[in-house]
Design a protein around this ligand. Sequence first.
Ligand code: A2P
Length: 273
Amino acid sequence: MFNVKFNNGIEMPILGLGVYKMTNKEELENAVKWAIDAGYRKFDTAQFYNNEKELGEAIRKTGIKREEVFITTKIWNTKQGYNSTRKSFEESLEKLNMDYVDLLLIHWPGQKKERYLDTYRALENICQSKKAKSIGLSNFEIKHLKDIFAHCNIAPVVNQIERHPNLLRNELVDFCKKHNIVLEAWSPLGRGKLLSNDIVLDIAKKYNKTPAQIILRWNIESNIAVIPKSVNKDRIEENINVFDFKLEQNDIEKLNSLENGYRIGDDPLTFDF
Ligand code: A2P
């Protein structure tokens, strides 16, 4: 495992556990325990996932120290705006039962510029108060990012986007890299859909790895952070076991050839709320 470094000097583990859809308390507790035992130190939640309280409890139950884990949460769409963002963030901290989060993101930009700029100003205020050590964005496209750059005082450190071999996002990836924003891929396994693809299966056989490990490694080779979700002990262990091999360039290119524009989530260029 290694870290990626933010433009503010803070580091984040390149791989962590996504906890979207984990609302069953026992399932979440088990997943977090198995993850900590396997070496995970990053957990990615959101107000929308409705499990901040359970995640906080699950982490405390493992006995790990707060400063040894990296926690991300995200402001939900209906909470955007300066005051409601700040209020909802305090609620998130209370639910997590933590004094700070490591990373706070805006979950979706939507199409109303003034609204996401106001929300970002609230994030800057929260960052200054040290209750979020770093702040960033999720699902922001180049046009949204340009608006943030034109108005921000604290640069975002991360843009968390949907990225997997069916959706490469080259232009956005290049833009973020040029502007020193770390990319993080949500649903890096294409929510399981890519795992039965013939090309992925062939490459997996060649490296004696599983399809999931190949796809996770593919993002990591580009220094793109990943947060695969699993509630299954074997898969949680499998997904972090990706630091003992490297993909050859021709295999990376074969995986790149799977681009077909397929998305799991909404298109952030048009999605509004
Ligand atoms: P489960 O939680 O039952 O293990 P993504 O992170 O791209 O959204 O993908 C998550 C989905 O992929 C979940 O349905 C999860 O199921 C499944 N998954 C996670 N890791 C693996 C793996 N190593 N092999 C197969 N399926 C996996």
